[in-house]
Design a protein. Structure first.
Length: 113
């Protein structure tokens, strides 16, 4: 594993935020995090994540797999795509998929697509 460049703390407090941020099309799962300042492709990031009303903080190493810059075409939100790569990747991936089980095949827009 590469050296961790930054630590990011994210609180996804409702289902809509989680659905909008989750990237099921990324191998092993991932999240889109708004804001891009200071990140470059392939950075290793420690993500501290809380989900909905669960007070547990999930810590997982992630890799920056894409960057949407500010003022991107099509009005896309600026942010980074993080792929779960650390030891706890399967645990957080499974938990998110369980929470979103009934929503994963929805046609609703997300922050990424």
């Amino acid at each position: 594993m590469e050296e961790i460049v930054k630590t990011v703390t994210v609180h996804l407090v409702n289902l809509n935020d989680l659905y909008s941020a989750y990237m099921p099309f990324v191998k092993g799962g991932g999240l889109f995090i708004k804001g891009t300042e200071g990140f470059v492709m392939n950075d290793t990031v420690l993500l501290n994540l809380t989900l909905l009303e669960d007070p547990k903080v999930h810590s997982v190493e992630c890799q920056v797999i894409w960057i949407t810059p500010a003022h991107a075409q099509g009005g896309l939100k600026a942010g980074i795509g993080l792929q779960f790569v650390g030891n706890h990747r399967q645990e957080i991936h499974s938990q998110i998929e369980t929470i979103l089980a009934g929503m994963l095949n929805a046609d609703r827009l997300t922050d990424t697509m």
